[in-house]
Structures are given as C-alpha cells and as structure tokens.
Design a protein around this ligand. Structure first.
Ligand code: GLN
Length: 466
C-alpha cells in the first residue's frame, strides 16, 4: 500500500479503536477517507497538506457526512454544501476522517451537553475534556490526528486544548470564513484549530484563512505564510501580564505553573511587562448576555420546517413548532434561548443587552491600551484542570466560570492561543494562554512554538494511538 493510504488506514484504525472509550467521534468516514486517499495518490501535484488527516467538529457543514451540532433537533442532518473551511482543506490536499462530538450547538465547557453522550478525557476517562469542541480536542490529544477544526464563541477551542494538553487556537474575528459554520452567536463565532504543535496549527491556518465572498465578515487582509517565522528569536518581545486577574477562583497549581512559564519566557529573552485590564472582570457577565441574545435569534430557524427533526402528533403549525423545539433541544440550549429572549425583551433590553454592548466597548479599549505596551497578553487558559464528569453539570454558573480567561478574546475579536505549560500533581495538563492584537497570529504562533520547543510537556495521556 502506498504511503497516504497506509497512513489513513492507520488513522482510521486508531479512531475506531479508541472511540468506544473516548466517544470523541460522532462519525468516522472510513470509505470516504480511503477514496480520498486513493484520489490524492493518483494526482501528481504536491499540495501543502497532502494526505494530512483532519477531524472536524460536527457543527461545520460537510456534504459527505452529517452535521448534527450534537443535537437531536438536527440528528443525522446532511447539508447540501461544504463550509468554506472544508473546501479549502480539501483543496490543500487534507483528508477529513470524521465529525467530532461537541456540546449541543457549541454551548458548554465540558462536552456533557451533547445529545450523543459525553466525551472522555484521554488523561483520565472519569474527567471531562472541556468544551464545547471536546471531541476535536480529544481526537488530537489521543494522537489520532495531528490537527482538527473546532469552533470558538467563548473559548471552546482554547479551554479544551488546555484540559487535554494540546495547542488550541482562535483567530482574529474575520480571519477564517464562517460560511457553513452553524451560527451560535454571530458577533463572537470563529472557526478555531487544534494541533499537536503550533506548527500543525500554522499549517492548517495558512490553508483556510482569508477573505470569502460567501462570508461578508471576513476581512480583506493578506494571508501571510504562518509556517515561516515559527522559530524566530523572541528576544525583546514584550509579554504583558495582568496579575490582578490571577486571584480568586484560580487553582494554586495553575497559578504556580503560569508563574514558572513567565520565568521561562524571561529566560528565552522576552521582556515581561505589567498590564491592567480593569473591565476583564465583567467578561463572563457580558459574554453570557451577548451570546444568549444572539443564540436566541440564530436558533429560531430550527422549527421543524426546514431541517432535521419534526415532531409527530402536532395538529397545527404553532403546536408543531413548539413540540419540535421541546423535543429537539436539550436543557442548556433551552436555558440559553430563554435567557437570550429575556435580555432582548423590550423592558430589559437597555438594562442588559445595551449595557453589555457598552461594557464590551470598554473591554476592547482596555485591550488596545494594553497592546500599546506589549506584543501579547499572558494568562492561564482555564481556572482549573479537567474536572470530573458530573461535577459541575448541575451548576450552570460554576460551569460558566470555566470561561473566565477566554471570553475576552471573543468579545474583543482578538486572536488567542493555548499551549501546554505543565502537569498537575494528579497528572492533568495545565494550559497557558497568549492573546494578541488583531491580525497578530504570526507573533502568537512564534511565541507559542518557541515555548513548546524549549519547554515541551514531555508526557502523553494514558489513552493514546498506536
Ligand atoms: N463555554 C462557552 C459557552 O458555553 C464557550 C462556548 C464556545 O466557545 N462555543 O458558551
């Protein structure tokens, strides 16, 4: 067997073998992937991602596989078109091997909100992998693929990357087309990338970034070669540390690991500067008002008429809508639709939604001011390591606090990356986050890659591919 085909065969074997235990894939497209491999072998042109296996979160439209959004309301719904990011991956020679599990409609921080069962963390299968892109995170963390696509509305790539010990990246708002990404909160959503290394992320980003006429929120900004400057010397780069955010709610072990990482950056020649983000403490409140408001509007389209599930035994149209939504949506999605409808209602709009938008502007100003002093802002990615399955599922507020360090980048449209920076006493990964100014992806990837190569994690999860 030739090389591409045998690699894909091995990847599929690992995906199938580990899925019983990890539940990271909702579909594994064996026949499709092997056909693609055969096709690629026939053509003689070397493409940038020739034969590179990728897993894709199941809220990104693919016409060769289902797109369920982890929801009963879509089930095994099959879109009629591929998302732009998918088309671009295919053009670059990548092979998509399957669709990954997620929190329903990307709402969650643990993957427990999937209608198709929780995803397990390969470091400890009693624990969550984080969310909402938990399946894509685990596909990479368990060594099945080198890279995968997720989506980011409030941290859904960076937070699971931290909990699974891999690299997770969110681009600048407008960098990657969202055409074909099922909308959750449109002023925040972006496609993000998981990689075993920052180089994997850079290679995939280079293939999928750029303006798309099908997504008017993509920007007309040139796509540099992200893979080129990864090893550049980082001496003199300024890293801003907002120490006032390292207080309440942060695990001591994570604080210590991040302080060590700051020293490590110093030893690599980076300059550490103090920065203040006075409005970051309002991030969670602002995020959960804006994302629920936008979700309540975006999810109105799922009504039993056009896609997926339609409730039976309804005698009139309104009853059909209500029954379909009652049966099709899970608890967290319903909670968010109700919260969002409330904050947008005429009596409360000014008090909640309009106020949140004003604080969002103040938060942006904080970040732009900080970026006058530094090239990137360093924080922990998540306040705790991977928690036990069931530990926070009855307490939505505790769950929402998992996003405390990540939501600001979505609210401000800035790019961010999470890289592993150590292990806890329980042998669970700890993540370090860097957030940069708009369009500073190359700087972030350079800072991340230099850290990883000098201070590798040097450990693998218990459950790992052959
Ligand atoms: N955990 C956050 C939420 O529940 C972020 C989700 C996301 O980024 N898609 O909304």
């Amino acid at each position: 067997m030739s090389e591409i085909k045998s690699n894909i065969e091995k990847t599929l074997h690992n995906a199938e073998r580990l899925n019983g235990e990890l539940n990271s894939f909702l579909t594994i497209e064996r026949d499709y992937a092997l056909e693609r491999a055969a096709e690629l072998e026939k053509s003689s042109d070397e493409k940038p991602l020739q034969g590179f296996a990728v897993a894709v979160k199941d809220n990104i439209c693919t016409k060769f596989s289902q797109t369920s959004c982890g929801s009963r309301i879509l089930g095994n719904y099959r879109p009629q078109y591929n998302a732009t990011a998918i088309e671009k991956l295919l053009d670059a020679g990548a092979i998509i091997i399957g669709k990954t599990n997620l929190d329903e409609f990307a709402m969650g921080s643990s993957n427990e909100n999937s209608a198709f069962g929780a995803v397990k963390n390969p470091w400890d299968t009693e624990r969550v992998p984080g969310g909402s892109s938990g399946g894509s995170a685990v596909a990479v963390a368990s060594g099945v693929v080198r890279a995968s696509l997720g989506s980011e509305t409030g941290g859904s790539v960076r937070q699971p990357a931290a909990l699974c010990g891999i690299v997770g990246f969110k681009p600048t708002y407008g960098r990657i087309s969202r055409f074909g990404l099922v909308a959750f909160a449109s002023s925040l959503d972006q496609i993000g990338i998981f990689g075993q290394t920052s180089k994997d992320v850079a290679d995939v980003l280079g293939a999928i970034a750029g303006r798309d006429k099908n997504d008017s929120t993509t920007a007309e900004v040139e796509v540099p070669n992200y893979s080129k400057n990864l090893d550049d010397d980082i001496r003199g780069k300024r890293i801003g540390v907002p120490r006032s955010l390292f207080g309440e709610g942060l695990d001591d072990e994570i604080r210590d690991a991040v302080e060590r990482a700051i020293d490590n950056y110093k030893s690599l020649g980076a300059e550490i500067v103090d920065v203040e983000l006075p409005n970051a403490k309002y991030g969670i409140a602002v995020y959960y008002i804006i994302c629920t408001a936008e979700a309540s509007s975006n999810l109105a389209r799922f009504d039993g008429v056009r896609y997926g599930l339609r409730a039976e035994n309804a005698h009139a149209l309104r009853e059909m809508y209500m029954k379909t939504r009652e049966e099709g949506f899970g608890e967290e999605v319903k909670r968010r639709i109700m919260l969002g409808t409330y904050v947008l209602s005429s009596g409360y709009y000014d008090a909640y939604y309009a106020k949140a938008q004003k604080v969002r502007t103040l938060l942006k100003k904080d970040y732009f001011k900080a970026f006058e002093k530094c090239d990137a802002i360093l924080t922990p990615t998540a306040p705790s390591t991977a928690f036990k399955i069931g530990e926070k599922s009855d307490d939505p507020l505790a769950m929402y606090l998992s996003d405390i360090y990540t939501v600001s980048a979505n609210l401000t449209g800035t790019p961010g990356i999470s890289i592993p920076c150590g292990l806890s006493a329980e042998n669970l990964p700890i993540g370090l986050q860097l957030v940069g100014n708009h369009w500073s992806e190359s700087t972030l990837l350079n800072l991340a890659n230099v850290y990883e190569t000098n201070f590798p994690l040097g450990a693998k999860p218990k459950i790992y591919a052959e």
